[in-house]
Design a protein around this ligand. Sequence first.
Ligand code: PEP
Length: 251
Amino acid sequence: MRKKIVAGNWKMNKPLEDGLKLATEVINMVKDEVRNEALAVLCTPFTNLYSVGKLLEGSKIALGAQNCHSKDSGAYTGEISAEMLKSVGVKYVILGHSERREYFKESNQFLAEKVNTVLKNGLTPIFCCGESLDQREKGIHFDFVNSQLTESLFHLSEADFSKIVIAYEPIWAIGTGKTASSAQAQEMHEKIRTHLAGKYGKAAQETSILYGGSCNPGNAKELFACKDVDGGLIGGASLKSRDFVDIIKSF
Ligand code: PEP
C-alpha cells in the first residue's frame, strides 16, 4: 500500500510566533477531525523547525525542511546540513523545488548529491520535478520530467530508491491558481511511475507520487482520487490551517 501524504510547504513565510500559531491550529484540527491514514508533513522555514518540531511531538504530523546542502559540514556560509536537520527532528526534506532550480540554479547533478546526503542521514527526500508551460506547449514535458528523474535519482540502489517520495509540480501551476486537471495530473503521474518502473521494477508501485500546484480544498478530492496521485505538496493553502486540514481530509 502506497503511503498517502499531504505536505505543506510554507516557503519563506511565517516568522516564529505565526508559525507556532499555525502549527498549533493544524495539530488540533488534525487530532479532532482527521480519521484517514494520510500522513501530514509541515515543511517550515529553518528558523521554525526546532520549535514546531517540539509542538509536533506526540502528534501524527511529521516535520519537514524545504532544502539542505549536499555537503556534510564545513565552510558553506549560510547553508544547513542534513545532519543539522536531523538533530532538530526533521524527517522529510523537499529537494529540487522549481523555485530553487530557478532562483538558485540547482542542477539535476547537484540535486543527485543532495539526495544522497539526505538519504545517508536517514531522512526522506521529497523530490520535486515538473515542466514549464513552454515545455508542455512544445510537447516535451514527459521527456523533460523523465530526464529530471533519471539524472537525479537513477544512480540510487533499489533499497535507497524505495525511500524516495516524488512530487510532480508543473511550474505553470505553482502559486498561479491554475491547477493541472485531474486528467493531466494522472497522465503525468502514470508516465512518471512507468519511467521509474523501467529502472526499479515493482519498487515503483510503492513510490508515493504527490501532486503540487495550486491544490486547494476545492480540487484536492478530485486530484487525490486519481489512481497514481498519492497526495499533495501544498504551498499557499498550507498557510491556512482550515484549508490545509480540509485538504488532508480529501482522501
Ligand atoms: C509549492 O510551492 O510546492 C506549491 C505547490 O505551491 P502552491 O500550492 O501555492 O501552488
